[in-house]
Structures are given as C-alpha cells and as structure tokens.
Design a protein around this ligand. Structure first.
Ligand SMILES: Cc1cc2nc3c(=O)[nH]c(=O)nc-3n(C[C@H](O)[C@H](O)[C@H](O)COP(=O)(O)OP(=O)(O)OC[C@H]3O[C@@H](n4cnc5c(N)ncnc54)[C@H](O)[C@@H]3O)c2cc1C
Length: 414
C-alpha cells in the first residue's frame, strides 16, 4: 500500500481545518519548478517490478472485492484440526496488506500453535509473517523448519541495491508509525526512517502545468487515492474494503537504507531452507508431510500469499474445507507495481515528497515518489496499480521505461 490511513487522515484533516497545501481555490497550491523546454536526461538505470507474474506472490497484497466479505479473512486464518495454521497479510483483519499485519499474523499463528500439543513445526514461507512465527516458536523451545521457495528471505519485503542505492521493490512504508510494532523494531535496530508528507505533492498535467489537487481529474483522484492503495480497480472494491486498516496513528515513515534491514529482528534458533518450493501439503490430524522422503511435522504454519493459494500451485491433500476454499476464492489479490529510474541529476521538483501526473491516460504513472528527498540520490519511483498494472506486466522493460519517460517529459517539458 503506498499510502494508507495517514493519507486518508490527511485528506480529511485538510478539508476539515483548511490546513492543507492544496486547498480548493488553489491559494496555497505548491507551484513547483518548471524545466521549461530543456530536455530531461535519459535514465542511467531502471528497475521494473512484476508482482503478478511472480510465482511466489501472484500479486502485491490482498483486498476485499465485490462479493467478498471482511469475514473471509477470519475464515482464512482459522486453524484446521490443530494441524494446519494460517498466517500472512491476507489473514489480518486489523491491518491487512501491510508488513505490520503480516508480522502480527505470524505471532498470532505462533500462539495458536503453542496452545496445541505440536512440538515439531514446519513454516511455509520466509516472509515477515513466517519469520515472525518461526522466531516466536523457536523462542518457546519448539523445533522449527522454514521452507522458502526463493533464494532469499523477506518475501514481499525486498530491497534492491544494484542501482547503487537501496530501493524497495515491495513494501516501502511503515503505515502509521505511532504504536506500530515496526517502529519498535526500527528503534531497536536503529534504522533510519524519513517522514512522508503526502500533502507535499506537486501535480502536473501533460503540458507541464501545475494543478491544485482540487483541479485534478476524477480519474486521477480515484487512481491515486484509492486504486494505488488497494491495488484494485475502484469498481471492484467492496464497501467493506474501506473499513479495513488504519490501526495506527502518526505519519507514514519510509526506510532510508532499505526495508529488508528489519528482517534481522526475526533471527532465531530455527532452520531456514531456501530454494525449497513446497507444492504439496499432505496432512492428517497431528501429522504433516511436505515431501515424500521428509520426516513428518506435527503441524504447519502456511504463510503462502493469497495469490499463491488462489493459483492452486500448492496442493493440500486432503483438500482444505469448503468454507476455507470459498474464502480464498472470494478475497482479491491486488496489484501495485513500481518503476525506479535513476538519472544523472535531479530535474524535478526537488522539495516535493510526491509528484502527481494527471495525464491523458487514466492510471498510467499517476504518482511518483521523489527518492532524492529521502536518500539524496537522483532517483524517481513511479507507480502503476490495478488493471493498468496488469496490462503493463505484458510489456517489455524498455516499453515500460519509455512510457514512464513519456509521462515525465509531459510533466517537465510540457
Ligand atoms: C509493491 C508493493 C508495495 C507494498 N508497499 C507496502 C508498504 O509500503 N507498507 C506495507 O506495510 N506493506 C506494503 N506492501 C505489502 C507487504 O509487503 C506485505 O503485506 C507483506 O510483506 C507480506 O508478508 P507475508 O509474510 O504475509 O507474505 P510474503 O512476504 O509474500 O511471504 C510469503 C513467502 O512465501 C514464499 N512462498 C510462496 N510460495 C511458496 C511455495 N510454494 N513454497 C515455499 N515458499 C513459498 C514466498 O517466496 C514468500 O517469501 C507492499 C507490497 C508490494 C508488493
């Protein structure tokens, strides 16, 4: 989720007390710095994510679609015969589709296991939920083995450093820093964070003109306020989706040196098997087998992303109860993709936290994060979400970067 409750709170507070920068009437609208007709430079490096095509995620984060219910998450997380336990962001009702939701879901599943008689536990997935569960169980003295399909831990928390600076391909923010367990972790590990002020945004159209938020198109508002948040088309969202999340107060914070530093907090006395793709979970009460030659476990915590569960790439034998299969089918797996572009120097509005693009095509590169403001490096991060992002996943990297550059040329060359 790129903005969450803090953004919503900001919007509400703006209209309530008139303190915002982008007020209707445009009096205090940020003016931005125009580049005139000068050519903007070509990027010297780029990173493009495709979370839908990722076989171990199949999307970015969950949401409640039309026809789905908040109660589907309750059904999804319910243990089966004290043997199959479930964690992961999609099982969180308080803070779904976030890292903190994943973390707390892992701790909740660990408590459920501890209340059972199981002592030898398999955890599927070394994302934040799986690692948090494994660390808690190992702390309590249980024997824990984590099976992770990728060649790294972290799942949807992943930081790329190939462009010479840490850039998060999955999660970026602590959503609502006050009271958030990730704030405690960041404090303990002394991780540098920067505030994001969503109101500190310069919005431009394809002619390079600066717009007040109140003058932006309805499409731009829907995309940046809603569709980027849920990773879903506005028409596909249930009313119940809006009521989820917003557990914590305070500003959103972004990790300056990369989100993956938080993973250190989940170190513990348990084994992680990397490159260990699980494709079959054979189970009966008190017994779980993940591969034919392996030793059985007493229980398993399944942290497979909702999109993986929906894809059927992991077979449960016997299959999951019908109610749980219905919940899996009825929830939605949203999509938010990122494009990072590194430039020789900053040519954009360097004081803005965010750059908006209200261009001719709805949803294409509508919002950008000014990474230079956070790290000092001349990098921009562009977002695409929902069906637009799904379509772009079929494009080559070169085509996607060319489209991103088209948006930036509109914004800064006019
Ligand atoms: C682009 C993007 C932006 C985001 N922005 C934010 C943000 O700013 N703030 C925020 O709080 N959240 C954000 N999120 C959401 C956040 O990243 C997730 O909610 C959270 O990381 C999920 O953790 P998890 O443990 O539930 O799942 P995951 O991290 O997906 O962990 C599941 C693990 O299971 C593994 N796995 C999958 N299939 C198999 C298999 N068959 N066998 C073995 N292992 C398997 C996966 O490789 C993965 O490591 C964002 C996500 C994305 C993609």
């Amino acid at each position: 989720m790129p903005h969450s409750t803090a953004r919503r709170e900001f919007l509400l507070s703006m209209s309530a007390v008139g303190m915002g920068i982008l007020l209707p009437g445009c009096k205090k609208c940020i003016q931005g710095s125009a580049l005139g007709n000068a050519q903007i430079p070509q990027p010297t490096g780029s990173l493009v994510t495709r979370w839908r095509q990722d076989p171990y995620a199949r999307g970015s984060y969950s949401y409640i679609p039309m026809g789905g219910r908040a109660s589907d998450r309750v059904v999804l997380r319910a243990p089966v015969q004290e043997t199959l336990f479930f964690a992961g962001e999609a099982t969180s009702s308080d803070s779904p589709s976030t890292v903190d939701g994943a973390l707390l879901s892992g701790l909740r599943a660990a408590e459920e296991v501890l209340a059972s008689s199981a002592s030898r536990i398999a955890v599927i997935g070394a994302g934040v939920s799986g690692l948090a569960a494994a660390a808690a169980l190992a702390d309590a003295g249980l024997v824990v083995e984590v099976f992770e399909a990728r060649d790294r831990i972290g799942g949807r928390v992943v930081t790329d450093r190939t462009l010479g600076t840490p850039l998060d391909l999955g999660a970026s923010w602590i959503h609502g820093a006050r009271g958030n367990p990730l704030t405690d972790i960041a404090e303990d590990l002394d991780l540098m964070r920067a505030k994001t002020r969503y109101g500190n945004q310069v919005i431009r159209n394809e002619d390079g003109e600066v717009l007040c938020e109140s003058d932006t198109s309805a499409g731009w508002q829907e995309v940046t306020w809603v569709e980027h948040e849920y990773g879903a088309d506005i028409a596909d969202l249930s009313d119940e989706a809006e009521e989820e999340g917003g557990l914590y107060g305070g500003k959103d914070r972004i990790f300056v040196c990369g989100y993956d530093d938080v993973l250190e907090a989940f170190a513990g006395d348990y084994e992680v098997r990397l490159n260990a793709v699980v494709d079959r979970i054979e189970w009966s009460a008190g017994r779980v087998l993940l591969d034919a030659e392996g030793t059985p476990f007493d229980a398993v915590i399944v942290t497979l992303p909702l999109g993986v569960l929906q894809s059927g790439s992991v077979v449960f034998a016997p299959e999951l109860p019908q109610e749980k299969r219905n919940a899996i089918a009825d929830l939605g797996m949203g999509l938010l993709n990122k494009v990072y572009l590194r430039f020789p120097e900053v040519f954009w509005d360097e004081e803005a936290d965010l750059l908006g693009y209200d261009g001719p095509e709805r949803g294409l590169f509508s919002e950008w994060v000014n990474i230079a403001k956070i790290t000092g490096e001349p990098v921009l991060l562009g977002f695409n979400a929902s069906s637009v992002a799904d379509e772009l996943e079929g494009w080559t990297d070169e085509e996607i970067v060319a489209e991103a550059m088209r948006a930036l040329r509109g914004m800064y060359q006019g």
